[in-house]
Write a protein that binds this ligand. Structure first.
Ligand SMILES: [Zn+2]
Length: 684
């Protein structure tokens, strides 16, 4: 559920534009239309870099006063080209089936980032923007220029030459380290061998059918999500689950231990060169949260808010565990998914397997498209026969009043060497009248086959809604005048709010009834089953928030101080113990495959920060019919469409009429202990 490509580009500056600038959007060719090989890919990228350099030269050559026409237009073209190049290389690094292509893309990402870093330290461009007369410009343009100037200062443009040279070196180094960290995770798949099929007891039959024994009689279960997550949740065999967790939480270890330590050191040097006491403080300076210390305060606030709930949930999990192990006093972190599922069955009369027959992949996909279409008043149409890096990739248009306003690609199933989680990656920034916004969803949902419709887990569908929320934000926010304020270019700690809000649509019985139909009988999912599912899925929110608080604390703790004081294993163990009631599994090193420590760095707090905002937003919708009333269009106009043309704190205030608060989040978190419709209370 990450947005790493956004962060990668944000780190390089807020750059960029497109060479197709003068073409009308309708003729914008899909990204893979030329079917580039490595050389052609490199040419596309180098052309963007040359175009960006040309725009920078134009600014430097201006005689007389700098104006919006002779300076900001060129600057935004540089931004557009650098972003286009960075998005594409980042995407190829994550999805191209050929390892050599991925290597070339990694190398290209380094080059693009270096160009962006150079721009961020270019004093001529900084002075030209600083001297622009923007007093008569519209509010969005004024905001854009001011925000760019802040980013320039955060890059160190106003430092002396020696410092700028050093910063450039460090930023290039950081890009290499981040790429390496990501690659090690993508390539770090592990396999657990199952000698006896009885170890898979408890798993659904279609899962067992998909995992036939090899010639040696052994079954291989990988650490990829579609393999690992169901096993951790359903397999009765505790030793199998522990072995799988150990494999899962040692992915990219020990390789990424050194890489992460190097990354922490590089970041600390950058921050201190720029006058900040830590990377966390530096990274917060252009965010909603403003200061590193505020992350620490937010963590404490979350910890206080969750503690009573976590204690109640832990008691329920332990009681469940004691049905088979009467002496048990502790719960390992690897057991939480399984025991939570058992509690949902025993206390909430809900078996999450019971909804899977209603959630075959194709139907879910169409259902999410239809829901988003109704919610945002657009339509979606598939473009047939569009070439892509893999035959399974689909290309879709977003249409409003008969006009195409954006394009997106769906790359939804696992492949070897592919990014192994779920994310939205921008492909092109939208610029009003000049360039259509484009983006791609990269996911790893089970693929339908001739004999298997790709039945999805409840959590998979929530993830799909989440990523689609990012996609809509990028497309609907991609209708601004400038590339640099398009889509999700606002403060990085707001971008998870629209995506997390869309997750809530999964809880609506009306929404689900439109697409969740039994794949054998066609029967819509019964409202009574949805009600039980919602109650059961509300169980464990305290533990979920506690675990997210732990991750947030890890991300903050390793970047809030000097790296020589940080022992990664000790920090992880301490934060599991401090913020969750669970026992860390010995010998694991989860940080090695915690990809967000690369892109998000100290800003993992973003997810919970935005969850608070998302729940506050969600309270503004009509809960008896989420698609009704004025809230959906007001939300689209006030929150999504402005893109990055104003501060996210203003977006929130404009929609809520006040800043966000914790009330809706607290209510959401404690819903499991609200009285059930029948009157009984679970867990008491
Ligand atoms: Zn996300």
């Amino acid at each position: 559920m990450s947005l790493r490509m956004y962060c990668l580009v944000a780190a390089i500056l807020l750059c960029s534009i497109a060479s197709a600038g003068q073409k009308m959007p309708e003729s914008q060719p899909p990204i893979w239309s030329t079917k580039p090989d490595i050389a052609a890919f490199q040419k596309i990228e180098n052309d963007h870099l040359s175009a960006a350099q040309h725009s920078i030269d134009v600014i430097a050559a201006v005689k007389g006063a700098h104006t919006i026409d002779n300076t900001l237009v060129a600057y935004d073209e540089a931004v557009q080209n650098l972003n286009s190049a960075g998005y594409f290389s980042g995407l190829m690094q994550q999805v191209h089936p050929d390892e050599k292509f991925r290597d070339a893309a990694t190398e290209m990402t380094r080059k693009v980032s270096a160009a962006a870093t150079a721009l961020s330290l270019n004093q001529d461009v900084y002075r030209a923007l600083a001297n622009l007369d923007i007093s008569k410009a519209d509010a969005a343009t004024r905001y854009y220029v001011q925000r760019q100037l802040l980013e320039f200062r955060l890059a160190g443009v106003d430092k002396d030459e020696a410092t700028r040279t050093q910063l450039k070196k460090l930023n290039d180094q950081l890009t290499d380290e981040q790429s390496m960290f990501d690659r090690n995770i993508s390539d770090g798949q592990k396999t657990v061998e199952v000698a006896n099929i009885s170890e898979l007891d408890g798993l659904p039959q279609d899962y067992i059918d998909r995992h036939k024994p090899g010639a040696d009689g052994k079954i291989e279960i990988t650490t990829d999500y579609p393999d690992a997550l169901p096993a951790l949740k359903f397999a009765k065999d505790i030793n199998f689950r522990r072995r799988l967790w150990e494999a899962f939480d040692t992915r990219a270890y020990p390789k990424n231990l050194d890489v992460l330590e190097a990354m922490m050191k590089t970041r600390y040097e950058i921050a201190t060169l720029l006058g900040y006491p830590s990377w966390a403080d530096y990274n917060a300076a252009d965010k909603m949260i403003e200061k590193g210390g505020n992350i620490g305060d937010f963590i404490q606030k979350l910890h206080t808010a969750t503690s009573p709930l976590v204690a109640r949930e832990f008691k329920m999990l332990l009681t469940e565990k004691q049905t088979t192990e009467p002496q048990a006093k502790e719960i390992g972190d690897f057991e939480v998914a399984y025991l939570s599922e058992m509690v949902r069955r025993s206390q909430y009369n809900f078996d999450s397997q019971s909804v899977r027959p209603y959630l075959p992949f194709q139907q879910v996909k169409q259902g999410i498209l239809d829901t988003a279409a109704k919610l945002f008043h657009v339509t979606f149409q598939q473009e047939p026969n569009v070439p892509a890096w893999d035959p399974a990739v689909e290309t879709w248009d977003t249409i409003e009043n008969g006009k195409v306003i954006g394009r997106f690609y769906l790359d939804m199933h696992p492949r070897k060497g592919k990014f192994s989680h779920a994310e939205m990656v921008p492909v092109l920034d939208g610029i009003r009248g000049r360039q259509l916004p484009e983006a791609i969803l990269v996911c790893n949902f089970p693929a339908p086959t001739a004999s298997d419709p790709g039945l999805m887990e409840y959590g998979d569908v929530v993830t799909f809604f989440h990523e689609f929320g990012h996609l809509m934000h990028h497309i609907l926010g991609g209708q601004q005048q400038w590339a640099g304020i398009a889509g999700i270019s606002m403060e990085g700690d707001f971008v998870e709010a629209p995506s997390q809000m869309l997750e809530e649509w999964m809880r609506s019985p009306q929404v689900l009834a439109t697409f969740a139909h039994n794949y054998k009988t066609g029967e819509p999912i019964p409202a009574e089953l949805v009600a039980r599912m919602n109650r059961a899925s509300a169980f464990g929110r305290g533990n979920w928030v506690a675990t997210q608080t732990e991750y947030t604390a890890i991300s903050y703790d390793i970047y809030k101080t000097q790296p020589k004081d940080v022992d990664l294993d000790a920090v992880c163990v301490a934060d599991v113990k401090r913020y969750t009631p669970f026992t860390p599994t010995p010998g694991t090193h989860m940080y090695a495959a915690f990809g967000h420590l690369g892109g998000y760095s100290s800003a993992y707090y973003t997810y919970l920060w935005d969850k608070v905002i998302a729940e506050d937003f969600f309270m503004q919708f009509d809960h008896s019919n989420l698609l009704a009333g004025e809230a959906p269009m007001r939300y689209r106009h006030v929150v999504l469409e402005p893109g990055g043309s104003m501060s996210a704190n203003d977006l929130v205030r404009n929609f809520l009429g006040r800043p966000q608060n914790m009330d809706a989040f607290q209510k959401w978190m404690g819903e499991e202990f609200e009285p059930a419709p029948g009157g009984s209370k679970a867990g008491q």
